[in-house]
Design a protein around this ligand. Structure first.
Ligand code: NAD
Length: 487
């Protein structure tokens, strides 16, 4: 049993109140750690420390801060297995996934931004009689608030560019998955990152998160989480004129055209729907398949899903672990029951029972991957974010029809199109209201590209230049040429 601390002003400290929250392993229902139940008083200390550290950090050169990012990447790489184990324990995700995706990408985020920084060119604009120099400085103190589905992956995706651009940080991980944020804090402490540059405050959203949003010393908020919370973040921070980045929910379409390579499309649709038990904001939770190939596609897709191996997260062979908590399992089950009420048919899954005699422990939040047919694309299950191992399948005849279906949700984060005609795929992609479209792949990321959503999926973009832009303020310095001395 671990007892985690906050990391404030270079020191590990409990919440000032002394209160704690239990961190529960969703595979066993057992308490694995106690974390501080911090309050605004703890945020106050963290923000003050960050404020006092920021000017010196910002005074380093970009290259010096890039060197720091490389050092962090090296140190996290040495803890790759420990990060994967902690992430699997905290979230119930398969250890193989935690290794391949969570731990690896957390290292890559620091490495990527270090390399990216070194490729930056000075930004200048020449006039006939003057020269403009665009200088970039950190925003100041930034608040970083992250969710439970990809804990260190998403936190490092913010911490790396924030540090790079000269900001100091007050970070809050999800109270449900605090372990790896602590590994990051320990790592930065071991590296002797200057005191106050990175502060970690554990606790509940409406207490610590809200404290970060409201704090007057915090100039910018980068938030990843649900759309309902995003609305609170915007309502609190916007009137204070804080810079805001919101990465919110999704209800993404997987569109299979009639000429798709069916093997590739089936494999892709399974991965898009069920990676991390469907708990990735980018997951393709609505499949739209051309009517002419629907029977064959559904038969093969359902067969693949039914054969997925559900099991203990620590088992190397497990493909589907648990969802994040029993509460979340009940929310997902609510939607499965609603689908039946709405006239849907469960094609596979829909239950807590496990196949092949594997588990579950009754305390474990295991849910079989579930495919639902027969629903209108306008039904609640097909338009609201379920964020679990549930996918609905719909058919279409014409491209215009599938555009209308894909856009019939308040979300607009991502989607994938499967076709052998790339030009048709690209033309269709432009008609979908969304931030990201993959053609014949899913979650294939170049970290230089813009990442983010439209509609209720968010405001702003992260990645490459977009992250550097968000985490900095620009000053344009216009220098008049020396006057030529006439005779
Ligand atoms: P959530 O909104 O419940 O929580 C996210 C974070 O916000 C947590 O740290 C939480 O403690 C904090 N929070 C809660 N209330 C707050 C408040 N009033 N003020 C400030 N902070 C508060 O989301 P979740 O359940 O942890 O994560 C799942 C959601 O995240 C899904 O909707 C998913 O689509 C979304 N998500 C989006 C992306 C993306 O990049 N667009 C990535 C991952 C997850």
């Amino acid at each position: 049993m671990k007892t985690l601390m906050n990391y404030i002003d270079g020191t590990f400290v409990p919440a000032q109140s002394g209160d704690t929250i239990e961190d529960i392993n969703p595979a066993t229902g057992m308490v694995i750690a106690h974390i501080p139940r911090s309050t605004k008083a703890d945020v106050e200390l963290a923000a003050a420390s960050a404020k006092s550290a920021q000017a010196d950090w910002n005074a380093l050169t970009l290259d010096q801060r890039a060197d720091w990012l490389d050092a962090i990447a090296d140190a996290l790489q040495a803890k790759h297995e420990a990060i994967a184990q902690a992430e699997s324990l905290d979230t119930g995700k398969p250890i193989s996934l935690a290794r391949r995706v969570d731990a690896t990408r957390s290292v890559d985020n620091f490495r990527f931004f270090a390399d990216f920084a070194r490729k930056q060119q000075p930004l200048t604009f020449e006039m006939s009689d003057a020269m403009n120099f665009v200088e970039r400085n950190g925003l100041g103190v930034v608040g970083l608030i992250t969710p439970w589905n990809l804990p260190l992956y998403l936190m490092s995706w913010k911490v790396a560019p924030a540090l790079l651009m000269g900001n100091s940080i007050v970070a809050k991980p999800s109270e449900m998955t605090p372990l790896t944020a602590n590994i990051l804090a320990e790592t930065l402490d071991e590296l002797n990152l200057p005191r106050g540059v990175f502060n970690l405050v554990h606790g509940l959203g409406p207490e610590v998160g809200q404290g970060i949003l409201e704090h007057p010393l915090i100039n910018g908020i980068s938030f990843t989480g649900g759309t309902a919370t995003g609305r609170i973040v915007a309502a609190t921070a916007a009137p204070m004129f804080k810079k805001l980045s919101l990465e919110l929910g999704g209800k993404n379409a997987t569109i299979i055209l009639e000429d798709a390579d069916l093997d590739q499309a089936v494999q892709g649709a399974v991965k898009a729907a069920f990676t991390n038990s469907g708990q990735v904001c980018l997951c393709g939770s609505r499949i739209m398949v051309h009517a002419s190939i629907a029977d064959e596609f559904i038969k093969r897709f359902v067969g693949e899903v039914a054969a997925m191996r559900i099991g203990e997260p620590s088992d190397e062979a497990t493909q589907i672990g648990t969802v994040i908590s029993m509460d979340h399992l009940e929310k997902v089950e609510f939607y499965i029951n609603l689908a039946i009420e709405e006239g849907g048919t469960i094609l596979t899954g829909g239950t807590r029972s496990m196949m092949g005699g594997v588990g579950p422990t009754p305390e474990g939040a295991y849910l079989a991957p579930t495919v639902i047919g027969g629903l209108s694309h306008l039904s609640r299950c097909a338009t609201e974010e379920i964020f679990g191992p549930v996918v609905t399948v719909h058919t279409f005849d014409r491209l215009a029809e599938v555009t209308e279906m894909a856009n019939a949700t308040e979300y607009g984060l991502a989607g994938s199109i499967w076709t052998q005609d790339v030009e048709v795929g690209k033309a269709l992609a432009k008609t979908i209201e969304t931030g990201i479209v993959w053609i014949n792949t899913w979650l294939h990321r170049d970290l230089r590209t813009p990442f983010g959503g439209v509609k209720h999926s968010g405001v702003g973009r992260e990645g490459g230049q977009w992250s550097l832009g968000f985490f900095s303020e620009t000053t344009n310095i216009c220098v008049m040429n020396p006057r030529e001395l006439g005779d």
